[in-house]
Design a protein around this ligand. Structure first.
Ligand code: FAD
Ligand code: NAD
Length: 465
């Protein structure tokens, strides 16, 4: 009889966990995955990436029809919102994709252990009242919403909600206040603004989108303002009171000062996410957390305890599905004795608004702090495809090392920025110089030509500006 029930037991079936489980099984390891949700796919497929993109995609078409963008193309329409049907297509996307993971588990012979897992020791967990042992345990429990002290979230009531509640609002609020000008606030704020809500975004810092390049943050703020989102920067929310079907927010300057109130029909709390570790009994496995409540690992995703590994939102690094997925593949390969590596310096980041906002590598500020750089910028207004499509907003910025010309970072605001950033990530992964990108033939007319032109601008020689 085998010493353990499984070679690998993964806790959590989000993009980190389900990918790790499938790769481990592909490598011939006996694999199980514990998941407490009714469906597989984690935050990303159930209440994150996928449903938010379903609402962003549908509301974008509605907005084009309502705000005159279609009229510019010679298409006259008067849109009528069927919010139930819009929610229906969102739920359908989630159902199909989560069902797809269940199919992949069966196909690859990954056993789904239904229930919450808690450690008994480093090789044993209890799931659904049963003890299960494994030679290797991968913690992929993800993250959940950071609460705002004194603000109670009630998604069922639909007035003070987190991202899950904001995806499911039963009617378009007259006034939505978004607390936090990060990725979730801007994406979901955009959805409801497009569908007719007045949207106010309250951000603690003096600029939206922390972590993004400074130029991008400024330009994005201008674009969202032009679209009608009102911003209260350097402002903190000190309380939210619900009265009937309205909420009253009390806000004051972040640095202190006179308080004021804002009335809202809905309030979205989107001030970040924190790792899921409650109830895991990590102490029984001998594990401790860092100051940010995360599980630390080495580059192979090994924790301090032999046989216990961790990946995804529960460990340090950007909380992104593709980062979790790549770590899932790498951890399984490391467990199987292969060499699994994730290059954390080249993880693209995308905000799926209109236009999209994307970046990979260092911001100009971070690059300059490390040494001398050359920067090339090209506006989308000068890109023939964007101009033809009536999409003038945004730019591409390429940051290169002044001596070696090696590309250190690429930042894009453009309608398809999320798709365009892939070539920048690949170029950086191959150690490209700005000249390599500038001398790569790009199809015409495409938005991607703006990347080539920005790379040409690094040496001061763009053609179309
Ligand atoms: P998760 O996806 O959080 O999965 C962890 C799973 O573990 C969960 O299903 C949970 O139920 C389960 N679990 C937890 N504890 C236990 C336990 N003790 N026992 C059993 N099961 C357990 N990222 C992007 O890259 N692109 C996007 O467009 C994007 N959009 C987003 C939109 C929203 C609204 C949100 C909230 C997030 C978005 N993200 C996006 C972030 C992305 O969802 C996460 O980075 C990603 O899901 C992390 O994957 P994970 O596998 O680490 O964890
Ligand atoms: P975030 O960290 O992106 O933004 C939170 C914002 O809230 C920050 O700007 C912060 O300064 C602000 N803030 C914090 N406390 C505040 C307070 N008390 N009052 C006002 N503002 C306050 O977090 P998020 O938008 O909640 O997203 C969580 C995570 O989910 C992110 O790490 C993100 O990577 C991930 N996510 C990714 C995508 C995507 O890839 N497109 C989409 C959604 C979410």
């Amino acid at each position: 009889m085998a010493e353990f029930d499984y070679d690998v037991l993964v806790i959590g079936a989000g993009p980190g966990g389900y990918v790790a489980a499938i790769r481990a099984a592909q490598l011939g390891l006996r694999t199980a995955c514990a998941e407490s949700r009714e469906t597989l796919g984690g935050t990303c497929l159930n209440v994150g990436c996928i449903p938010s993109k379903a609402m962003l995609h549908a509301s974008e078409y509605f907005d084009h029809a309502a705000n005159g963008s279609f009229a510019k193309l010679g298409i006259k329409v008067t849109p009528e919102l069927d919010l139930d049907a819009m929610h229906g297509q969102r739920k359908d996307a989630v159902k199909q994709l989560t069902g797809g993971i269940e199919f992949l588990f069966k196909k690859n012979k990954v056993t789904w252990l239904k229930g919450r897992a808690a450690f008994e020791d480093a090789h044993t967990v209890t799931v659904g009242g049963e003890k299960v042992t494994a030679k290797n345990i991968v913690i992929a429990t993800g993250s959940s919403v950071t609460p705002l002290p004194g603000v109670e979230i009630d998604n069922a009531k639909g007035i003070v909600v987190d991202s899950t509640g904001a995806l499911e609002l039963a009617k378009v609020p007259d006034h939505l206040v978004v607390i936090g000008g990060g990725v979730i606030g801007l994406e979901l704020g955009s959805v409801w603004r497009r569908l007719g809500a007045k949207v106010t975004c309250v951000e603690f810092l003096d600029q939206i989108l922390p972590g993004f390049d400074g130029d991008v943050r400024k330009e994005a703020n201008k674009i969202f303002k032009k679209q009608g989102i009102e911003f209260k920067l350097s402002t903190k929310v000190t309380g939210v009171a619900v009265n009937g079907d309205k909420a009253t927010l009390t806000v004051e300057p972040a640095a202190g000062g006179a308080a004021e109130t804002i009335e809202a029909d809905a309030v979205l709390v989107s001030i970040g996410r924190r790792p899921n570790v409650d109830g895991l009994a990590l102490d029984k496995a001998g594990l401790t957390l860092n100051a940010r409540g995360q599980i630390e690992t080495d580059h192979s995703f090994r924790t301090a305890v032999d046989g216990v590994w961790a990946i995804g939102d529960v460990i340090p690094g950007p909380m992104l599905a593709h980062k979790a997925e790549d770590e899932g593949i790498a951890v399984a390969e490391n467990i199987a004795g292969l060499t699994g590596i994730v290059n954390h310096d080249v993880i693209p980041s995308v905000v799926y608004t209109w236009p999209e906002i994307a970046g990979v590598g260092l911001t100009e500020e971070a690059a300059k702090a490390k040494g001398e750089v050359k920067v090339g910028k090209f506006p989308m207004m000068a890109n023939s495809r964007a101009k033809t499509n009536h999409e003038p907003d945004g730019f591409v910025k390429v940051i290169a090392d002044a001596k070696s010309d090696r590309v250190l970072g690429v930042w894009i605001i453009a309608v398809p920025a999320g798709t365009m950033i892939a070539q920048a990530a690949q170029a950086m992964e191959f150690g490209a110089t700005s000249e390599d990108i500038a001398y790569t033939c790009h199809a015409h007319p495409t938005h991607s030509e703006a990347i080539k032109e920005a790379a040409m601008a690094v040496t001061g020689k763009p053609i179309h500006i």
